[in-house]
Design a protein around this ligand. Structure first.
Ligand code: TRP
Ligand code: SF4
Length: 548
């Protein structure tokens, strides 16, 4: 499709085919530089989304969006801009295989249009066939924000009503509060056994002043994230959140691996190799092994020392990947030399990470075909990597292990506040609460800052700056809903000078008023549904909690 880039100082939106979408955040409106930091308890704002790719290894959503069957409009418009391993979820979705989605909400205030993004993401994954979970992060609100239990109860109710009103099906998904979920707390306890304070210091900037329950709430969140795989079976799970939550996702991906019983790797002989060394040895092995010779009686297998000599003369390709190989070459050559006459034979290796003795024995038993058992690992010669992975998981699950897959995540952009700066719940005019009186919602939109020019004449001549317009964002993130045509029309008319801010805001304000009125009606209907659910919203807990 034709891609028209509308250059602007911010460069945030562009037309991609017929859909205006954000560009991954390569522009910063004021040209400022700001340290990139992702702080779950800091302010929800990001200077430059592109920094998140390089600094934290978040991947661009663009690269996976084409694999998503019928992507959500927030995906099509680039509002969801980043992910970790969402390919696994997209693939499961496309193949009708099990997958899950989970997100959580700290009940510190009223739900607002920023939360609506995440509610919608959960609901969409539910409609795509996923097992979907929504949780109230009450322990976190109490420990890290000092919210009282009464406030928490009230806000929790309100979040849940909005989630239900927007279409979450509680029959087909699970809603819970952290404090009432014993399985989550037990899981947190296990996961916490694999994390330590230095790590929390490094990830979250915790220090000697951080209250211990705040730390416990982190452990609880890692358990939330893995909970969908605990109640059912291990499966791809996406956590839709703002990028400020990425530290939790990264930690949980790590812990999911650390609790596994076995690590599956590939090897060529009894010795261990790291990833770069392994790639070098594979190159040597392939070069020295005539095709068709793999897996015969082994009499003319390549010897380790032969491969060492071949590798010593090998020059890895230029470039970054080659450099890594060049760096690994001396140790690979040395390891191969030390291997002497040992034949090289590709195999998969199961390393014992946390397995019980019984589980290790059971694994050995379960490996089909030729195998060799060593102290702390088993080599299998007739299994593919994928077969080995699923065998390892099966045995682990049968022996009281979790068998977790690493969770995936998707990240959405934060909305700009209606008053300019960031959207903040402490500045009522900057955001729209889902509980706002529809008339107030209308007024907030008509009073919003725009990307318009000083005069109508200038606007007709130069066009408006939809890229920097919070009102345009309202259309794209919410008001236009699934209607890409409307989003495109507003954008194009604006930047071409055919749309003036007065009328544009009037239209948006009217839509907002309608949305709020309808949403609130549905919230009222959801009261009965919520009352029937098994969620205690009158907690009789005592205590005053902590502060960040
Ligand atoms: N920490 C999240 C917030 O501040 C809430 C949360 C708790 C959460 N557990 C979660 C989010 C699990 C995603 C997944 O809003
Ligand atoms: Fe924003 Fe609409 Fe004005 Fe364009 S016309 S700057 S989208 S309010």
């Amino acid at each position: 499709p034709k891609r028209t880039v509308f250059a602007s100082t911010a460069g945030i939106w562009r037309m991609d085919g017929d859909i205006p979408r954000t560009d991954g955040g390569t522009g910063r409106a004021d040209g400022s530089t700001e340290d990139v930091a992702l702080d779950p308890w800091g302010s929800a704002s990001v200077g430059d989304y592109a920094d998140l790719f390089a600094e934290f290894g978040i991947e661009a959503f663009d690269e996976v969006v084409d694999d998503v069957p019928a992507p959500h409009y927030l995906m099509r418009r680039g509002v969801i801009f980043g992910h970790r391993e969402y390919d696994a979820v997209a693939e499961a979705m496309a193949n009708d295989e099990p997958f899950a989605a989970l997100s959580g909400f700290m009940p510190t205030g009223d739900p607002h249009i920023g939360h609506k993004l995440v509610f919608d993401e959960l609901i969409w994954h539910q409609r795509q066939g996923g097992d979907v979970f929504g949780l109230i992060a009450d322990l976190e609100a109490h420990a890290a924000r000092g919210m009282s239990w009464d406030e928490i109860d009230e806000h929790a109710r309100s979040y849940l009503l909005s989630l239900l009103a927007l279409g979450f099906d509680p029959e087909d998904g699970e809603l819970y509060r952290q404090s009432d979920n014993r399985a989550v707390q037990d899981l947190g306890f296990e996961l916490g056994a694999k994390a330590n304070f230095s790590e929390f210091e490094a990830i979250y900037g915790f220090d000697g002043e951080t209250n211990v329950s705040h730390m416990q709430s982190v452990v609880t969140q890692t358990a939330d994230i893995l909970y969908p795989q605990l109640v059912d079976e291990p499966k791809p799970t996406v956590i839709p959140v703002g990028p400020d939550q990425d530290p939790h996702v990264r930690l949980t991906r790590d812990l999911a691996t650390r609790v596994r019983y076995f690590k599956v790797t590939e090897a060529f002989a009894s010795f261990e190799l790291d990833d770069d060394e392994r790639q070098l040895v594979r190159t040597a092995y392939d070069a020295l092994t005539p095709t068709g010779n793999e897996g015969d009686d082994g009499s003319d297998d390549v010897r380790s020392a032969e491969a060492a000599e071949w590798l010593a003369d090998y020059e890895p390709p230029a470039g970054e990947a080659g450099d890594a190989l060049r760096a690994a070459k001396p140790s690979a050559v040395e390891t191969l030399r030390a291997g002497g006459k040992e034949p090289l034979r590709p195999r998969v290796r199961f390393l014992d990470r946390n397995a019980t003795e019984a589980a290790f024995e059971a694994l050995i038993e379960a490996v089909d075909g030729e195998k060799r058992v060593f102290e702390g690992h088993v080599d299998a010669f007739e299994l593919s990597r994928a077969e080995a992975e699923s065998l390892a998981r099966e045995v682990e699950l049968a022996h009281d292990g979790f068998g977790f897959r690493q969770p995936s995540s998707i990240y959405h952009r934060f909305m700009t506040g209606l008053t300019g700066g960031k959207m903040s719940s402490s500045i009522p005019a900057s955001h729209i609460s889902l509980l706002d009186d529809p008339e107030d919602g209308y007024d907030k939109v008509t009073s919003a800052t725009t990307g318009g020019r000083e005069t109508a004449a200038k606007q007709r001549e130069l066009g408006g700056e939809a890229d920097e317009c919070p009102v345009y964002e309202l259309y794209a993130y919410l008001l236009a809903n699934d209607d890409d045509g409307l989003a495109a029309e507003v954008y194009t008319e604006c930047v071409n000078g055919e749309r003036l801010c007065g009328g544009c805001k009037e239209q948006a304000a009217t839509m907002m008023r309608e949305f709020l009125a309808e949403h609130q009606e549905k919230r009222a209907e959801a009261e009965a549904v919520l009352a029937d659910l098994d969620i205690d919203l009158d907690s009789d807990r005592r205590g005053t909690g902590g502060e960040h």
